[in-house]
Every structure is written in C-alpha cells, then in structure tokens.
Write a protein that binds this ligand. Structure first.
Ligand code: SF4
Ligand code: SF4
Ligand code: ZN
Length: 463
C-alpha cells in the first residue's frame, strides 16, 4: 500500500547534512517524515501520532514577518546559510546567549555537549552580541544559557548589563544546583534584574534524575524552588520527556507545580530530540510527539486539563509547539479561560483585510512569555474595591486567581528536521561569531556527532 503524501518539504541527510527533498506521509494513523539521500539512502522518522489532530493542528497557519535585518546571503541553501539569511521568515522573539561551555553535571542527553573545554565569552564579547541584537531593532527576550550559566561568577553583572542595554526580560536556563546550595544566590540574581528561572525539572523521583542527569537531584530542585520563592523569582519547570523514563510522571509534575504556585508559573515540556553521536538512527519508539504529550496531560491530570485546551503558537510553525493558559483556583485545580480571537490587521486598524501585522505575533508571543513566566505581581491591599458591587468583586477575585501555563516544544534533530518549520523559527542563538542562528539549526549534529554550527568558542573568528 502506498502511503498518503500529505506535503512536500525539505530536510537534511542525517549522515552528510546535505539538503534533500522530503515528504510528510501518513501511514495508518501516524505521520512520518520520509527522505532519501543519493549517497546514504532513505530515512523515515515519526513526527506526529494521530492523523486527525495533525490535520486540525495544521489549520493554524503561523503569521510570519521576515526579520528586519539579515546578515548572511542565501547561497548554499537552508540550513547552511544561517545568519539570519534573507530566506528566513520570522523575527527573533527569544534569543539565547551561551555564557559558558562548562557545566556542573554530566548529563548523558545534553545537546550543548557541555563537557568540552573552551573559552567563555568575555563581558565585552557578550556586550557585542547584545549590540548586534539591538541593531535588529525589535525587542527580544533574552535567555542566558550554557553549559550551566550559573557557573560564571559574573552572572549578576551579565544580567545587569543585559537590562541596561534595554532588554527588559531576562531568564536563566539552569539545573538549579547553585540556587539550591547558596541560599542567597536567588536574591542576588533577582536584585541584578533576573525575571525568571527556567529550571530543568524532569520528574518527581530520583530514579528519573539518575537516569537522565546521572545524579539524584530531586532534593536539589525542591531547595532551588524554595530559595526562588524567598527571592520572589518566578520559576518555569522544564521537563525533558523520554519514553519509558518519565512520561508516566507528567501528571505528577503538574501536581508538584500546582503545589508551588505562585512561585512556579508554568511547566514547559520538551520531548527528547537526538543531538550528538548516534551510529544508528534513534528508534521511533524512543520519541514522543506533541499530541501524545497533550493526551497524557489529559489522562494523567484525570481530565483537569483537556487536549482541546491547547493550541499551537501563532509566531512559530504550528508543528513546533502547543500551549494553554489556565487559572488555578483556591483548591489548586486548573480551569481554562475562554479562548479569545487572535488579533489580526482587521482588529488592530479596522481595515478588515485580515492580514497579520508584520512582527506583531512575535511581539505578542514575547510579551505573553514575559508576562506569564515572571514572578506574579502581588496585588496591593488598596486594590480591594471600596464599594462592594458584584461586578467589581468578580473582577477582583479573578485577579486574585493565579494564572498558570502549560506548554511544550519539540526541537528538531537531523532525522526529523523539516526546513519549512525551521525557516519560521523565532528562537535564535547568537553564535560566538555573532551570527544569529535558529535554535534547531544551531544544535544540529550529523549522526557522527559533527555539528553544523556549534563550535567550541575559541574556534570562531569574529565576523
Ligand atoms: S534557518 Fe533561516 S537563516 Fe538559516 S539558512 Fe534557513 S532560512 Fe536562512
Ligand atoms: S527552536 Fe526548533 S522547535 Fe522551536 S520554534 Fe525554532 S524550529 Fe521550532
Ligand atoms: Zn547523505
């Protein structure tokens, strides 16, 4: 039986990384990416389990607006021209700065290959990266990343510098070890201007941490969250989901998060993707796709959230992510707010053409992330309505309910990379040579482990 071809796209060969044609095909109820390299043969990888939800999800087209400035030429074909190049379709929304290749853990699954020695960028180099981002004119959220960025003694200074240069939302990607071990560290970072801690949090049992991170870390995570609470720093839990390792803890992770609201503002799931050396292609049963995560959320929260509560992001390709916004009631239960109609040109200017406003979706995505992930503002007692009437009391009570978001993003690797998705990427990395590279291209490695872009810092020449 011939498979149904759903769409034609492009990808890379996982062996030689050359750009090759690819198709998305349906087989039974599953969707695969199929491609053939003239030298290395055919590759077929699961990308979505559930044909109906695949079709439904694709109805939400992303609203793209090309980046205002491009730095490289479209010469060799995507993904070999990153810079950004003129073929890229979306602005930067969130930009990662890799502050160090060093780490205080040795995780078997790390895509930053954080065990290699390499120089760290100096403060002056970081300033030059930020200047390059300023030249791109529209504001972006900054993620300080690594390796483990908290290993740098000058992290508070870097946070201050980032804010001083006009970037108003700064988050830290961390394993939480320093936050746990040094009780005042969260306060120091908060005082420097940190807005949010993006905390690796793979589960609620040491079995999971031992498997994924090579250490028993649950107590460390709990302590890190306590110290963030004392410093009034918002925390987002970031679980990497691996089939047969921690998928069964999805519900327990949500329950843990709800028990720590309002310090914990959100849970952001990342199904595992495969970077580094893989002599054999990762098996399909070693992947979990986005609709399965949404279904597990429904099952493991016993219907407190529903798969239908989630939607794709509108600033990135629909197949990259899902997100849902909820309220937490006084019993710690979640309810989904009514869905709102998304803004387009017609609602903004009244012209009625329905066209997206260039860059508006990226800017909205940026503001939504900043608003939800930063620590919640504590309402002042004076906010209590002085004259009780039902509608103002309702409004006040609605304000007192905590908001909470659940989201997920599935990164792409050499096997499942779809260049249509990559060209719409809005999460970018400033590479040491100051090119701006979409995240999934920056981390891309061939099956041999050879990276397309990522190099130890000292190998880069400045451009
Ligand atoms: S990912 Fe974007 S910037 Fe990189 S080569 Fe493709 S279109 Fe150009
Ligand atoms: S980082 Fe990867 S998964 Fe996320 S938006 Fe960019 S291309 Fe999509
Ligand atoms: Zn090849």
């Amino acid at each position: 039986m011939n498979p149904d071809i759903l769409a034609h796209t492009e990808s890379v060969c996982p062996i030689c990384l050359r750009t090759i044609a690819a198709t998305r095909i349906a087989e039974g109820n599953d969707v695969y990416l199929l491609k053939q390299c003239p030298d290395h043969g055919a590759f077929k990888t699961i990308i979505w389990r559930g044909l109906e939800s695949y079709r439904h999800w694709g109805e939400h087209g992303s609203r793209t607006a090309p980046p205002p400035i491009t730095e490289t030429m479209a010469q060799h074909g995507c993904p070999h021209d990153c810079g950004l190049c003129p073929e890229h379709k979306q602005h930067s929304c969130c930009v990662l700065l890799e502050l160090t290749p060093r780490c205080n853990l040795r995780c078997p699954i790390c895509f930053a290959s954080a065990d290699h020695a390499g120089n760290e960028p100096t403060l002056a180099e970081i300033e030059s990266w930020l200047q390059r981002l300023q030249a791109h004119s529209s504001p972006v959220n900054i993620q300080l990343s690594g390796g483990e960025p908290s290993i740098r003694d000058d992290l508070p200074e870097i946070i201050r510098l980032t804010h001083c240069m006009g970037f108003d939302f700064v988050q830290l990607n961390t394993n939480g070890i320093l936050l746990a071990k040094e009780p005042d560290y969260a306060k120091t970072l908060k005082e420097a201007g940190l807005d949010c801690v993006f905390l690796q949090f793979d589960g609620v049992s040491d079995r999971v941490y031992q498997h994924i991170r090579g250490a028993r870390l649950l107590e460390i995570k709990i302590q890190a969250i306590e110290h963030c609470a004392q410093a009034h720093l918002g925390v987002v839990l970031v679980p990497t989901l691996i089939p047969n390792v921690n998928v069964d803890e999805i519900g327990a992770i949500i329950a843990f998060a709800l028990a720590h609201v309002p310090t914990i503002r959100a849970v952001h799931f990342q199904p595992i993707s495969y970077f580094g050396r893989y002599p054999k292609p990762p098996a399909d049963h070693d992947r979990i796709t986005l609709p399965e995560v949404m279904q597990e959320l429904e099952i493991q929260t016993h219907g407190m959230v529903h798969a239908a509560d989630f939607s794709p992001g509108s600033a990135e390709n629909a197949y990259c992510s899902f997100s849902g916004k909820f309220f937490v009631d006084t019993r710690g239960h979640l309810s989904a707010p009514a869905k709102t109609t998304e803004k387009c040109c017609s609602t903004q200017s009244g012209c009625g053409c329905g066209a997206p406003i260039p860059g508006e979706d990226v800017q909205r995505a940026r503001r939504v992330v900043a608003g939800q992930w930063a620590a919640e503002q504590v309402p002042k007692p004076t906010a209590v309505p002085s004259q009780i009437n039902i509608s103002s009391l309702d409004a006040f009570l609605a304000l007192r309910r905590h908001s909470f978001s659940i989201s997920g993003m599935v990164f792409q690797d050499a096997w499942n990379l779809d260049l249509e998705r990559l060209r719409e990427c809005f999460i970018h990395v400033v590479s040491p040579d100051r090119r701006i590279i979409p995240f999934c291209a920056y981390n891309l490695t061939a099956a041999s482990g050879q990276a397309l872009y990522r190099r130890p810092h000292h190998e880069h020449a400045q451009v």
